[in-house]
Design a protein around this ligand. Structure first.
Ligand code: TSB
Ligand code: ZN
Length: 418
């Protein structure tokens, strides 16, 4: 029995991603797996895979190198990073194997710090930007887990930049610019940028002087970008201050999607270094960057933003072919095959219900190609676009080339066809 049954008061919003996620068969959760551990169904997996591809392309075009690192490590890695001391309440308890204790990582940074440390670095190599779609685990309280926006296995579009102190501002700007580029593509509007600073208490690593400098650098980078921001004392990570990019869901709830964080502490704790132009050893600064953020959180957000009607490049089914009756099934299947062979995600919904009912069922699909007597005879299709436009007599080569263009441009609009 799926547990993403939505309480009535929450389900009232037609855009609630838990409701749409179930109706559109994007994801589910199962008690035997546990809360906050969603199962991505095939159509949800398509959306996530497309976003992962965007994340990887954006990282590589921004000069990042991709790495793969394990989701767990010995407890001592997290003692070294400071997570054990400052973040263990959010971590799953250690697992004993023989005499060793392993921990599911609550963040990807310690592994990336060790990738950086795996070779001698010179000032000429910097910045080193390491990117991974990394899985990390946090024992979030079960009461706060709902659908995809807060989960216990977080699959994060994560980058750690290791740079010289004088490169920090430029790298922060690059991080924020990368977020802006992706948001423009996805049509996401930012509610506010938040400068999340250190608060009181002993929940933080490192000297307060370094923190003040780090907070100034983040503020300066935002100012250079012409971005207004809100001060948020007490919202920093334990290792450093951050720029949090806040968005609001259709129900009016604000949450952090992307983040760019400055960290003087982990480089110190891992003894990271680079040889400067003076021949001496220097300490790099670490910038943590989650551009698309957690795959779970961004997909939850986009499901609600688009109300399940995704742009063609994200739509699980891009073109649905509908035979008017059984006589048209053979041609409809052949058209769907041809669309798939051209790299489009196409399906065929057989004539088990009236054409009208099947068209209504396909309300979220960007393009519907109807095949009746006339289309079988002409070899063309009658096209219905999700936005209501109808175009008769469209040739397959034209259809394929125009939809493919929309898809490869990752365009939000359905474009002009015919
Ligand atoms: C950016 N070490 C950094 C990384 O390098 C880090 O983990 N930062 S984080 O803790 O702020 O998490 C990054 C982003 O993941 C957050 O901005 C938020 O969008 C998302 N996130 C955090 N916790 C969860 C969660 N439990 N479920 C879904 N998304 C989450
Ligand atoms: Zn990090």
């Amino acid at each position: 029995m799926p547990t993403n049954q939505v309480p009535a008061h929450v389900a009232a919003s037609p855009a609630d991603h838990r409701r749409l996620g179930r109706e559109l068969k994007l994801f589910t959760t199962e008690p035997m797996v546990g809360a906050g551990l969603p199962l991505w169904l095939p159509d949800g997996a398509v959306i996530r895979a497309e976003l992962e591809r965007l994340a990887a392309e954006e990282a590589v075009r921004g000069g990042c190198q991709r790495v793969f690192t394990p989701v767990l490590a010995k407890r001592e890695l997290f003692e070294r990073s400071g997570h054990w001391d400052k973040f263990s309440e959010d971590m799953f308890p250690p697992m004993k194997v023989g005499e060793e204790e392993f921990v599911l990582r609550p963040a990807n940074c310690p592994h990336h710090a060790l990738v950086y440390a795996s070779e001698q670095r010179s000032f000429r190599d910097l910045p080193v930007r390491l990117a991974e779609l990394g899985s990390m685990f946090r024992s979030e309280l079960s009461g706060v887990l709902g659908g995809l926006s807060r989960v216990r296995q977080i699959n994060l579009d994560d980058t750690h930049v290791f740079c010289a102190p004088e490169q920090v501002r430029g790298e922060i700007r690059r991080g924020v610019e990368s977020v802006r580029r992706c948001y423009e593509l996805l049509g996401i509007s930012v509610t506010r940028y938040r400068l999340s600073r250190r608060g009181g208490g002993d929940g933080y690593l490192g000297a307060t002087g370094l923190w003040a400098d780090a907070e100034r650098q983040l503020a300066a980078a935002l100012t250079e970008l012409g971005i207004d921001y809100e001060d948020a004392p007490g919202e920093a990570a334990f290792y450093g201050p951050k720029i949090d990019v806040q968005v609001t869901d259709p129900a009016g709830r604000e949450e952090t999607l992307s983040t760019v964080q400055l960290d003087f502490n982990q480089p110190e704790r891992f003894g990271l270094g680079f040889i400067g132009s003076d021949g001496a050893r220097h300490r790099p600064v670490m910038i943590h960057r989650g551009v698309l953020s957690a795959m779970e959180r961004i997909v939850a957000f986009l499901i609600e933003q688009y109300e399940g009607a995704f742009p063609p490049w994200l739509a699980p089914v891009q073109v649905l072919v509908l035979p008017v009756g059984d006589d048209h099934a053979e041609r409809a299947l052949a058209v769907a095959d041809q669309l798939r062979a051209s790299g489009l995600r196409a399906g065929c919904d057989p004539a088990d219900a009236t054409l009208g009912a099947r068209i209504r069922r396909a309300v979220k699909v960007p393009y519907v190609a109807v095949i009746g007597d006339r289309e079988v005879a002409s070899g063309l299709v009658a096209l219905r676009l999700r936005d209501g436009r109808q175009i008769s007599g469209v040739g397959l080569p034209q259809l394929i080339s125009e939809i493919s263009q929309q898809v490869s441009a990752r365009s939000i609009k359905l474009g002009d066809i015919g």
